[in-house]
Design a protein around this ligand. Sequence first.
Ligand code: PLP
Length: 348
Amino acid sequence: MKTKTFASDNYAGVHPEIMEALVLANQGHSGSYGGDVYTERAIQKFKEYFGNDIEVYFAYNGTGANVLGLSALTHSYNSIVCSDLAHINVDESTAPEKFTGCKLITIPTTDGKIYPEDIEDKIQRIDDQHHPQVKVISISQTTEYATVYTIEEIQAIASVAKKYNLFFHMDGSRLANAAVSLNKSFREFTCDAGVDVLSFGGTKNGMMFGEAVVFFKPDLARNFKFIRKQGMQLHSKMRFIGAQFEALLSEDLWLRNASHANRMARILENELRKSPEVTITQAVNANGIFAILPEGIIPRLQEEHFFYVWNDKTSEVRLMCSFDTTEDEIYNFGEKLRKLLQGTEPNA
Ligand SMILES: Cc1ncc(COP(=O)(O)O)c(C=O)c1O
């Protein structure tokens, strides 16, 4: 099936350069569980971007990276502050609760972000034995609304973490899209801005599978090899994650893919803005668009380019672009949208 969609960057396939790296890695035998040259070289690539003083561990998926990264920071009597939309709160079943044992303390968000004042409001009853003890602030960059925290916003959250002796975790399943949006290096809005542990995404930016947990204070990774194994994220044929990351972080592939996806989202935004019946609900910072469409046209529009309805009550939809979205698809979508709105699209 060749149909492309605006459903998710996870609907996209694997970038040909990643596929090539997988094929090249598929030669002979290689050490297992990370004892291979591909993993070693990929970790070296991470060090080129983030500096030598990091610890990097690969995981299969984003949920695993988040949950295990958070497990390394917490005890089961702790709590984790995040937005009510956070992937760890709404899209990881109860894995965060099961594996960390922690309570998630959520902050309502209208733009996907959480802000220092609201976080401080949630930091209560420190040292009270009856109360869950806050230990981590977790944010997503980009957010679940495809918005992007500025460096100043991240630094401000880091200051709250520092003030209350908390850890700062970042879910970067779309970190590359954020880097492109900010036009900054990865370092500038992660470790240099005060983040302690990062989930670095590969899958949504052209990999077949694989995410990384990056510790900016190596001490925090002390027990992580045990945590990862216990959490069932230790890949035996690790070379196939390493080879993918090595390719993604070479020849600017991550940058090319994320730049393309973000640019497609801007073109799609322009198409949508041509129709006054459509309301774009969030700033288009990265590779996703949230918009309210007239309810009646949604099923017809979904026929050719499937996308998800984000909120049934308001008819808000989410349109995601990826490294393989084309301008033609966007213009076709825009044209179909306008025909449906004008009532000139024949019935199916
Ligand atoms: C914000 C965010 N974090 C993490 C993930 C990773 O999830 P998965 O476990 O499906 O790889 C996703 C995937 O949709 C996401 O949107």
